[in-house]
Design a protein around this ligand. Structure first.
Ligand code: NDP
Length: 248
């Protein structure tokens, strides 16, 4: 049995958490895990009905609001609707676009960058600045191994650039707010079994040393660690959780 002091540093009882893009996939699993660790939760996503359904699935007292992270006004409206700034912010919302080629259209480029990179910036700007003013807070961004390397199958220029940008935003805000009691870290997943990887492609598994896709809870567990006091000396870190993909 785990020592009570060790368990305590993973405990999130009494803390509030906001997870973007949490109606399904990795975001929904993160919400479930933070809830199990004791946090009170607000789920946000594009589709309000789906978000409400997901919230009800996570627990009876879990909140649900609509937020399009790529729209700065939507992020400001979310902050106004919540009132108090959450203790924990998980910037999870993200998109890929299949079939991006060297002919990536302006729309493809803007779509991916606006959700994956602008969205993280808008949420950090709004909630992180409020956390820094308050003197406490914890942000975990969902980056990607695509922010470190060019993967096979190819992720496309916008996805790779956006995730590398998320990693650098993580470090930038970590340094900026370190003395204000706000920690900012990121997780860089490999291929995880969600809608994003639903298009079957054996290359993903072949090139992953552990020989399988990751499960959503294998990302959520690491996010929970970063969101808790167990990682109190960590800020500006980008943790690879990729079944060894980037180790080849
Ligand atoms: P999913 O597509 O399953 O879930 C993403 C969620 O984000 C969806 O509910 C989606 O809503 C929502 N979303 C999309 N655009 C916006 C927006 N503008 N504002 C708010 N929410 C939005 O993806 P995953 O769970 O797989 O991905 C979660 C994160 O993990 C992403 O940042 C992704 O890049 C990252 N990641 C995933 C990997 C994987 O292999 N699955 C690997 C590496 C990183 P809707 O359905 O309405 O579009």
């Amino acid at each position: 049995m785990m020592h009570p002091d060790l368990m305590k540093c993973f405990d999130l009882t009494g803390r509030s958490a906001l997870v973007t893009g949490s109606a399904r996939g990795i975001g929904l699993e993160i919400a479930r895990t933070l809830r199990m660790a004791g946090a009170s939760l607000m789920l946000t996503d594009l589709d309000l009905d789906a978000t409400r359904k997901a919230a009800a699935d996570v627990g009876p007292d879990v909140g649900a609001l609509r937020c399009d992270v790529s729209d700065p006004q939507s992020v400001r409206d979310l902050a106004a609707a919540i009132g108090a700034c959450p203790d924990i912010l998980i910037n999870n919302a993200g998109v890929g676009r299949e079939g991006q080629t060297r002919d990536t259209s302006d729309d493809d480029w803007r779509f991916v960058i606006s959700v994956n990179l602008d969205g993280v910036f808008y949420c950090c700007r709004t909630f992180g600045a409020a956390m820094a003013e308050r003197g406490s807070g914890n942000i975990v961004n969902i980056g990607s191994m695509c922010g470190f390397i060019v993967t096979k199958p190819w992720g496309g220029p916008a996805y790779h650039a956006s995730k590398a940008g998320v990693h650098m935003l993580t470090k930038t805000f970590a340094c900026k707010w370190a003395k204000s009691g706000v920690r900012v870290n990121a997780v860089a997943p490999g291929y995880i079994a969600t809608n994003m990887t639903s298009n079957p492609n054996p290359t993903r598994v072949e090139l992953t040393p552990v020989g399988r896709l990751g499960r959503t809870e294998e990302i959520a567990n690491v996010v929970q660690f970063l969101a808790s006091d167990a990682s109190s000396y960590m800020t500006g870190a980008v943790l690879s959780v990729d079944g060894g993909y980037t180790s080849w």
